[in-house]
Write a protein that binds this ligand. Sequence first.
Ligand code: THU
Length: 130
Amino acid sequence: MEINYELLMNSAKKAAQNSYSPFSRFAVGAAVLASSGKIYEGCNVENSSFGLTICAERCAIFKAVSEGEKEIVAVAIYSPNADSCYPCGACRQVMYEFQGDNEEISVITENLGQLEVQKLSYFLPCGFRI
Ligand code: THU
């Protein structure tokens, strides 16, 4: 599938504006392109009980899956509070769960204003699957 990296990154930037991160003051936005062609946005949502926090990537992925999506094609991640923001290990494994058999997920980040595009296996070489 054709992926519009700029469009997806702009969606992640928009989503970061909704971040609820009063504890870390580290806002994150994510945008997921599903195999249907639809884009789902998510942000990190923190909690007074810190361990209940959800990352932006998983927020967006769970929105997509709960709307009936089965496959993810690409994920863009953005934080206005860092020069670059790569996905945490937990989110990498959750992405892997929804990777299609024929196409690796593309992971898009922005480093000092430059888009970087990597395949998920760059971040997670041996994902776990049952
Ligand atoms: N965070 C994300 O949303 N995604 C990541 O991949 C890394 C971390 C959030 C969780 C928490 O709200 C804040 O960043 C600081 O860890």
